[in-house]
Design a protein around this ligand. Structure first.
Ligand SMILES: [Zn+2]
Length: 142
């Protein structure tokens, strides 16, 4: 699942949306992307593609992605998928170099690397998955 932007150029919402799509979560296109009601022919039927009928609009949009880049419990689900694909070693290596680009901690051996990975943020973990998938081929892509 290639991305046309680099991770550092993506907004938090774009990052969450990318991970969510990789996890297989896609908003139902037959529903209003704002409130989630079904799309009708006219506003009398509910919402149209360009016009949500809910006033005021909901504080959380139907198409808001789950907050993978800030929620460690959600990232664990993404890591389960990495493990199912047998990519856990490549993931750990990618994550270690994202979380600690300098060689200092890596010089501490496997425990130094383990510490780097243990202390990595959800955003760094999502970036590691994203970086791996920029070069992956099927069937790893969701
Ligand atoms: Zn709506």
């Amino acid at each position: 699942m290639m991305s046309d932007k680099d991770w550092s150029d993506m907004t938090p919402r774009e990052r969450d949306a990318w991970i969510a799509e990789w996890m297989g979560h896609r908003p139902d296109p037959s529903r209003c992307r704002i409130c989630g009601w079904s799309i009708g022919e006219s506003i009398a039927d509910g919402c149209t593609y360009d016009n949500c009928s809910m006033r005021p609009p909901p504080s959380k949009r139907y198409d808001d992605p789950l907050p993978y880049t800030t929620d460690m419990a959600l990232v664990r689900l993404a890591e389960d998928k990495i493990e199912q694909y047998g990519l856990q070693w490549e993931y750990a290596q990618t994550l270690a170099f994202i979380a600690a680009p300098s060689s200092f901690h890596h010089d501490q051996g496997c425990y130094g690397t383990a510490w780097i990975v243990l202390r990595s943020t959800p955003d760094q973990r999502c970036e590691a998955i994203w970086r791996m998938m920029q070069t992956a081929s099927d069937p790893v892509e969701a």
